[in-house]
Write a protein that binds this ligand. Structure first.
Ligand code: PMP
Length: 283
C-alpha cells in the first residue's frame, strides 16, 4: 500500500509522523472519509469543501489547493490499483513543541490513505440494526461545533463505548438540549406517516455528505422530507429509522433502546432510498 505523506507517496511502513505533531498530541487537525466507486470518487467536491471549511474553522491553512488535493486523491487510487475504495484524507497542525500553541507549528501535515472499508456485516443491512441512545451528549456547538470534522473524536468514542458495553455497533447521540443529533459516525433519519425527517443543522451535527445526498434523492423523487428537531419520542413512534454515512451508506435501524421501530424490518422508504443510492454509486 502506498500512502501519501507530505509531498510523496511511500510504502505504508514508511508513512510516519512525528510524535510532536499536534494532530497526535492534541487531536489538532481535520480529516475526511471519502468513497470511490468504480474509479470515481463520490462527491469529492463536497468532501473537500467540508475539509477546507473544517480547517478554516480551526485556523489551519491547508498547504495545498483543493484542486491539487483532489488530484492526489485520484493518484492515491491509481498507485494502489483501487477502483472501489475508502480514502482517508488528513490535515494535521504539524510538528510543534509540547505546548498548545498552534502558531509554533509551521508546516501542516497532509496524509492520504487509500484502503478498503469494512462495512457493517451484510446481515445488518438485510435485517436492520439495533441501537441505543447514549447518555453522553453530543458536544455543545458553542464549545466545539460538530460541523468541524476534527481529529478529536473522543466525544463520539465515549458514546461508542457505551454502545459496545451494551452490545451495540452504533449509538445515537442527543444534544445538550435533549434533541437528537446524530450517531457516532453517521447521521440519522426517521420516517413517520410517510414523511422523512432528520435533525437540522442547528441540532449540532456533522453536515453529512450522505445526508445531503438523501435529502436530494427525497426531493427529486417527491418523498416528503423535512429537517426538524427530533427527540426520543419521535424515535420511539417512528415507522422507520435509518442512518447515513460515507462508510455505512444507508442502513436501517430496527430497534432503539430495546423498542422495536415500526415492524422491526427495514421499511419501504428506507429500501427505496437504498436502491436510489445504489443507482447513484453503481450506475
Ligand atoms: N456524523 C459523524 C459524527 C461522522 O463522523 C460521519 C462520518 N464522517 C457522519 C455523520 C456522516 O457523514 P458523511 O455522510 O459525510 O460520511
Amino acid at each position: 500500500m502506498q500512502v501519501y505523506i507530505n509531498g510523496s507517496f511511500v510504502p505504508k511502513e514508511e508513512a510516519r509522523i512525528s510524535v510532536f505533531d499536534h494532530g497526535f498530541l492534541y487531536g489538532d487537525g481535520v480529516f475526511e472519509g471519502i468513497r470511490a466507486y468504480h474509479g470515481r470518487i463520490f462527491r469529492l467536491e463536497q468532501h473537500l469543501d467540508r475539509l477546507y471549511d473544517s480547517a478554516k474553522a480551526i485556523s489551519l491553512a491547508p498547504p495545498l489547493e483543493k484542486k491539487a488535493l483532489a488530484d492526489l486523491c485520484y493518484e492515491a487510487l491509481r498507485r494502489n490499483h483501487l477502483e472501489d475504495a475508502y480514502l482517508r484524507v488528513i490535515i494535521s497542525r504539524g510538528e510543534g513543541d509540547l505546548g498548545l500553541n498552534p502558531r509554533l507549528c509551521q508546516h501542516p501535515g497532509v496524509v492520504i490513505i487509500a484502503g478498503k472499508i469494512a462495512l457493517y456485516p451484510k446481515e445488518l443491512y438485510d435485517n436492520g440494526m439495533s441501537v441505543i441512545t447514549a447518555a453522553t451528549p453530543r458536544t455543545n456547538p458553542e464549545a466545539l461545533n460538530p460541523h468541524i470534522k476534527s481529529l478529536n473524536y473522543l466525544n463520539n468514542i465515549l458514546a461508542k463505548i457505551e454502545g459496545l458495553e451494551a452490545g451495540k455497533m452504533e449509538v445515537l447521540m442527543l444534544n445538550t438540549q435533549g434533541f437528537l443529533a446524530e450517531a457516532t459516525g453517521d447521521n440519522i433519519f426517521i420516517v413517520r406517516r410517510g414523511e422523512i425527517a432528520t435533525p437540522p443543522e442547528s441540532a449540532g451535527i456533522l453536515m453529512g455528505v450522505t445526508r445531503q445526498v438523501v435529502l436530494e434523492l427525497a426531493a427529486k423523487t417527491g418523498l416528503p422530507c423535512r429537517e426538524r428537531d427530533l427527540n426520543r419520542y419521535d424515535l420511539y413512534v417512528a415507522d422507520e429509522c435509518f442512518l447515513t454515512g460515507t462508510a455505512a451508506e444507508i442502513i436501517s435501524v430496527t430497534a432503539v433502546d430495546g423498542r422495536t421501530v415500526g415492524h422491526g424490518r427495514p421499511g419501504p422508504v428506507t429500501q427505496r432510498l437504498q436502491a436510489l443510492f445504489r443507482e447513484l454509486t453503481q450506475g
